[in-house]
Design a protein around this ligand. Structure first.
Ligand SMILES: Nc1ncnc2c1ncn2[C@@H]1O[C@H](COP(=O)(O)OP(=O)(O)O)[C@@H](O)[C@H]1O
Ligand SMILES: [Mg+2]
Length: 318
């Protein structure tokens, strides 16, 4: 597959008054690539995606999209589709009417395209419902369907995972994967690393307007140091004592509430192995031992300083 550059941004800066939203950002996206833009709230993701869509102009730096330099005008080359801050739709029209109106505005009278787009995002069953009553996830999917009407060469999606239920997520994943397989470059953002892990091969991590990491996901995962692990046993008090006796293992302060029985420990893998061996030797049963956050999430939190303690996790013995 040809991998021509679709986005080439160098040293992009953008401020709103005193707020520096983007501070020397570089971004490279090749055709057929699904590129994740990840960072905590306020990192500058929406601002950067807005520049790619021609909704705003950078203060400095250079931006090339599909080989064309983007100048001072609020315009980008044909072949760019997507939306930030939710798609612009007519609330009093149905999903099908919205797409049909968009298709005819673009001179695309092929009714089949509308039906295909509805099918692709899984909205066929609600195609004749007014979108006023649509959930955020359904609106996101309809916005994606609108983008599909144009066969984009660059698709830009801001936080597409927001509000999606598992079925919606599956549809969106499939659409994005198929587009990329056909050569579309996709740039999508999320404030959560785990949203992107399944979809993206490359990520750019932003923190307060600066790129703190750019490259393959595998490389990002390797950047995480020692992880915190949740440990649930048949005897939390005994486990605590054993853990404190293992060299190189830190025991983190316990938490109240439903997790009061969960011990959080941090250390290198050999120390964890030692802990498991000793617990079993002492007759303490291990019910769960799992990283509090995945290596990817850990690297993300470390890079962006968005820590503030472990977030909610789904545990499981791994
Ligand atoms: N139109 C605007 N006017 C003023 N400040 C803005 C505007 N858009 C974004 N900002 C500021 O720029 C920073 C980056 O915002 P944004 O790009 O929306 O971040 P993200 O999408 O990563 O949450 C934030 O501090 C935000 O408050
Ligand atoms: Mg945003």
């Amino acid at each position: 597959m040809q991998r021509s550059p679709v986005v080439r941004a160098r040293g992009i800066t953008k401020s709103f008054g005193d707020v520096v939203a983007l501070d020397g950002v570089d971004l490279d996206v090749a055709s057929g690539q699904v590129h994740g833009l990840v960072g905590p709230n306020g990192a500058g993701k929406t601002t950067l995606l807005g520049l790619l869509l021609g909704l705003a102009v950078a203060d400095g730096g250079s931006l090339e999209i599909l080989g064309t330099p983007v100048g001072r005008a609020l315009a980008v080359p044909d072949g760019v589709a997507g939306f930030v801050d939710g798609p612009g739709l007519y609330p009093s029209l149905t999903a099908r009417q919205n797409l049909t109106a968009l298709a005819s505005l673009r001179g695309n009278a092929d009714g089949g395209a509308v039906e295909r787009a509805l099918e692709q995002v899984g909205l066929t069953d609600v195609a004749d419902d007014r979108i006023r009553g649509f959930s955020l996830g359904m609106r996101q999917r309809l916005g994606l369907a609108a983008a599909l009407l144009t066969t984009p060469r660059l698709l830009v999606l801001d936080e597409p995972a927001n509000g999606l239920d598992p079925a919606g997520k599956r549809h969106v994943h499939r659409v994005i994967t198929e587009l990329a397989a056909n050569g579309t470059a996709v740039v999508l953002s999320s404030h959560r690393m785990d949203d992107l892990a399944a979809l993206c091969s490359e990520v750019t991590v932003l923190a307060t307007g600066r790129v703190v990491f750019s490259g393959p996901l595998s490389k990002l995962a390797a950047e995480s140091g020692e992880l915190d692990y949740r440990l649930l046993t048949s005897d939390p008090a005994a486990a605590h004592q054993v853990a404190e006796g293992v060299t190189g293992l830190g025991v983190l302060p316990g938490r109240d509430g439903p997790d009061a029985d969960v011990l959080v420990v941090r250390g290198p893998v050999p120390a964890l192995d030692e802990l498991v061996v000793r617990l079993v030797g002492d007759g303490v049963a291990i019910r769960e031992l799992a990283p509090v956050v995945t290596p990817l999430e850990a690297a993300f939190l470390a890079l962006t300083g968005a820590g503030g303690g472990p977030g909610p996790t789904e545990g499981g013995t791994r």
